[in-house]
Design a protein around this ligand. Structure first.
Ligand code: ADP
Ligand code: MG
Length: 241
């Protein structure tokens, strides 16, 4: 492998630590290490699966990558931006334009229609005219094959439909990076497969995805798996081609 000619990674984590106040024990500082020194590089166009037992730090890692939460120590650099050096305001603006986030339980706004939920990130970022926002939102819903539900409220959609709306919303601002926390965890296998194929297509078009999952089906679509245990990356048991 010729590392000299490789492009700079899109995402670089250098000894990233996340602690929470925790129960004290013998020899412990009273801090619980949700992440205990993560070194990681992710290149543009990778589809990375993050796997590991419940409590291993997967969601914590995703929250740090999305600038939702801050590292306690170490450095996170995404597309040349040092997240630790950014103000809250800078982080919010950056996140709105650079990161799409698909939450495990969708987190659609219940009083907005599917279409309005997808328009929301564009409204916040001030992208396009209202007409353009509506057109783009509709195009995204069409792409996710859910445009026929555009005017419904989330409560009247199935879990799979809500998840597709959530993906459309995450893509609204055309972010270079998509973070997804168990996006297929609440879907039946056919709906899950359709969603994963859709994500794979987006990766083929240049999107970088970091996806938390515990499902072999989802891992099969990823180009690489990162395995977490007790806040650390463990060597992957699965042989990579
Ligand atoms: P996973 O997503 O892999 O199930 P998480 O990243 O959610 O794990 O959590 C990792 C560990 O950090 C867990 O032990 C969890 O209880 C702890 N943790 C997560 N968030 C907090 C918090 N806000 N305060 C205290 N402990 C937390
Ligand atoms: Mg989690």
């Amino acid at each position: 492998m010729n590392t000299d000619s490789a492009p700079a990674p899109l995402i670089v984590l250098d000894q990233v630590v996340k602690t929470y106040p925790g129960p004290t024990g013998p020899g412990l500082s009273g801090l619980f290490h949700a992440l205990a020194g993560i070194d990681l590089e992710i290149r543009c166009g990778e589809f990375v699966a993050v796997v590991g037992a419940s409590g291993s730090g997967k969601s914590t890692l995703l929250n740090l990558l999305g600038g939702i939460d801050r590292a306690s120590a170490g450095r996170i650099v995404i597309d040349g931006r040092d997240l630790g050096a950014a103000s809250e305001r800078e982080l919010t603006v950056w996140r709105g334009r650079s990161i799409g986030i698909v939450f495990q339980f969708f987190q659609l706004l219940p009083t907005l229609t599917a279409l309005e939920n997808v328009m929301l990130p564009m409204d916040f970022a001030g992208i396009g005219s209202p007409r353009e926002r509506r057109q783009r939102a509709l195009a995204l819903l069409e792409r996710l094959r859910i445009a026929d539900q555009a005017d419904k409220l989330p409560a009247s959609l199935s879990g799979g439909q809500q998840q597709r709306v959530a993906v459309a919303r995450a893509l609204a601002n055309d972010p270079p990076i998509l973070l997804a926390d168990e996006p297929t965890g609440n879907l039946d296998s056919r709906t899950a497969e359709a969603l994963l194929e859709g994500l794979s297509d987006l990766v083929d078009e240049g999107l970088t995805i970091v996806m938390v999952t515990h499902e072999p089906r989802a891992m099969a679509h990823a180009s690489r798996a990162i395995s977490l245990a007790d806040g650390r990356i463990v060597p992957e048991a699965r042989a990579d081609a």
